[in-house]
Design a protein around this ligand. Structure first.
Ligand SMILES: *Cc1c(COP(=O)(O)O)cnc(C)c1O
Length: 449
C-alpha cells in the first residue's frame, strides 16, 4: 500500500519538509495553524469537561487509596512531582547547544502510581468513567456515595459480567489492564509486536488476557477493536479516537497550575511557559496541551516530540490529512525503540484539537533518547524509559529556531518543562541495558564537548 512515487512527488512539492522527514532526518516543524486563544474555533471539549473530569478523580480517590496503597500519600490522587533539573540543564547546554535561557523542569510522570507512565492519567480515567457509568445505571452507586464501595465484592461480582479491550504498544495496556482487573472486569490487551516482554508478563500476572500480534500498533488496535465490539458486554478503549482518554490527560493542567504556584513560578506575557511532550497517537500530549491552553492561554507554548521513524502526528498535521494517512503511506517504517511512540497513525479526536493549539513538532533519533537517559541518571539520578526523555531536547530546538522572536518573546524569563512519560515499572535489568547503551553513545558526546 502507500502512495505511488508520483503521488509522493506531489506531496513533497507541496510540503518540502516531507523530503527530510521521509529520509528519517530530525526536523523541526512550526505549526502554521496555531491560533491565538481568542480565534480558536469551538472545540468538542471545554474547560468544564476538565473540571468534571477532576471531580471524577476526586470521587474515586477513596477507592484508589484502598486498592493502590502507593496513592495514600496523595490521598488517592494520582499525581507526580515537578522537579527542577539544573544539572541536566548545564549538561544539555554543553552537549546539545545552543544554550537554554530560563529554567528547566522535569514533570515526573515516570513516577505516576499504578502504571508508572503517563497512561495512569488517561487509561485509568477512562476505565473509572466507564465503571461509574455502569454502576450508576445499575443503581449500585450515586455520585455522592463514598466510592470505597468500588472495592466491595458485590461490585466486583457485578463487573465480572463485563469486558474491556484495548490495543497497545505496552503502557496503555498496562494501565487499562491493571485498573480493569482491580475492578473485576475481564480485560483483554491486544499488544503490538514491539511490546516488551516484561509488560506482557506483568499484565498476565495482574489477571489480564494478553494477545500478541506480529504487526504494529495500528494492526493490534484494529484486531482488538473488532474482537471487542463483537461482544455486547464489552467496551473498547480506542486510543485512535477517545474523548475520555483525552480528558483524563487534560486534568494534569489543573494540577501543574497548582504546582507552579507553589513554586512561585509565574506564567504571563513576560514569563512564557514552554512544554515539550513525547507524542505517540497524540492523545496524551494533546489532552495536556488542551488543558494548559485553557489554563494559561497564549502564555503557554506546547511542542510535541516524535521519533524520526514514527512521525505520525507530524505527517498528519503537516499534510492536513490527519488520521487519514499513516507514516507507512510515506515509506516510513515506524520502527523505533521508543515504547509508546511507535505509532504510525494519529488519534482522530486529539489531532482535530491539537491542530489549533500546538506551536510545533520536532523529531528525535533513537540514539539521542539513550544519550539523554544516561545523562539524566548521571546528573540527576532520575531513571526514565527511552521514549520519556524526548522532551529534553525541546528547549534547544526552540532557542535554535526563530520561534521566540516571531512571538516577540525574550527567553530570559522562560520556564521550560520537559514532560517525562514513563519509567517507574521498567525492570532493573532493562534499565541497566538502556543506561549502558547511552553510556557507549555518550563516549562520542564527551569527546565533542
Ligand atoms: C503513550 C506514551 C506516550 C505518548 O502518548 P500518546 O497519547 O500515544 O501520544 C509517550 N510516552 C510514553 C512512555 C507513553 O507510554
Amino acid at each position: 500500500m502507500g502512495f505511488s512515487a508520483k503521488e509522493l512527488d506531489i506531496w513533497k512539492q507541496e510540503y518540502p519538509l516531507l523530503t527530510e522527514i521521509m529520509d528519517h532526518k530530525p526536523v523541526l516543524w512550526m505549526n502554521p495553524g496555531l491560533k491565538e486563544m481568542a480565534d480558536v474555533p469551538v472545540l468538542p471539549v471545554t474547560i468544564n469537561d476538565i473540571k468534571e473530569a477532576e471531580q471524577l478523580w476526586q470521587r474515586f480517590a477513596p477507592f484508589l487509596e484502598i486498592e493502590f496503597p502507593e496513592t495514600i500519600a496523595t490521598n488517592g490522587i494520582i499525581e507526580s512531582p515537578l522537579k527542577e533539573i539544573a544539572n541536566m540543564k548545564d549538561v544539555i547546554n554543553h552537549a546539545f547547544p545552543p544554550a537554554i535561557n530560563g529554567d528547566l523542569y522535569l514533570k515526573c510522570d515516570n513516577e505516576l502510581p499504578i502504571a508508572g507512565s503517563i497512561k495512569a492519567r488517561g487509561g485509568v480515567y477512562e476505565v473509572l468513567h466507564h465503571a461509574e457509568q455502569l454502576a450508576k445505571e445499575a443503581g449500585l452507586v450515586k455520585e455522592n456515595d463514598n466510592y470505597e464501595i468500588f472495592s466491595s465484592e458485590k461490585i466486583k461480582q457485578f463487573f465480572s459480567q463485563y469486558s474491556i479491550g484495548v490495543g497497545s504498544t505496552g503502557n496503555l495496556g498496562l494501565s487499562i489492564g491493571i485498573i480493569s482487573a482491580k475492578l473485576g472486569f475481564n480485560v483483554s490487551v491486544y499488544m503490538s509486536a514491539d511490546a516488551k516482554q516484561w509488560k506482557k508478563d506483568l499484565l498476565r500476572e495482574k489477571g489480564a488476557t494478553v494477545y500478541e500480534f506480529d504487526g504494529d500498533f495500528g494492526e493490534a488496535i484494529s484486531a482488538g477493536r473488532q474482537k471487542t465490539l463483537a461482544d455486547p458486554m464489552a467496551y473498547f478503549v480506542d486510543d485512535e479516537d477517545s474523548k475520555h482518554l483525552f480528558l483524563g490527560y487534560s486534568v494534569a493542567a489543573l494540577r501543574i497550575q497548582n504546582q507552579l504556584e507553589e513554586k512561585n513560578i509565574k506564567v504571563d506575557a513576560e514569563h512564557p511557559l514552554f512544554v515539550y511532550r513525547p507524542c505517540g497517537v497524540g492523545g496524551s500530549p494533546g489532552g495536556i496541551a488542551f488543558g494548559l491552553k485553557q489554563v494559561f492561554g497564549d502564555h503557554v507554548h506546547c511542542f510535541f516530540v516524535e521519533p524520526t521513524h514514527s512521525p505520525a502526528v507530524l505527517i498528519g498535521l503537516l499534510t492536513g490529512a490527519k488520521e487519514n494517512v499513516c507514516v507507512q503511506d510515506f515509506g516510513i517504517d515506524n520502527l523505533t525503540e521508543a515504547d509508546g511512540l511507535a505509532v504510525g497513525r494519529p488519534s482522530r479526536f486529539a489531532t482535530s484539537i491539537s491542530e489549533h493549539l500546538i506551536s510545533g513538532i520536532f523529531t528525535v533519533e533513537d540514539d539521542n533518547l539513550y544519550r539523554l537517559l544516561t545523562l539524566l541518571v548521571d546528573n540527576e539520578n532520575i531513571h526514565l524509559e527511552p521514549s520519556s526523555t524526548a522532551g529534553l531536547l525541546g528547549p534547544g530546538q526552540v532557542v535554535h529556531s526563530s520561534y521566540m522572536e516571531s512571538k516577540g518573546l525574550d527567553g530570559k524569563n522562560a520556564t521550560h518543562i520537559a514532560w517525562a512519560t514513563g519509567g517507574a515499572l521498567v525492570p532493573k535489568s532493562d534499565m541497566k541495558k538502556f543506561y549502558e547503551k547511552g553510556k557507549e553513545l555518550n563516549v562520542n558526546l564527551y569527546s565533542l564537548i
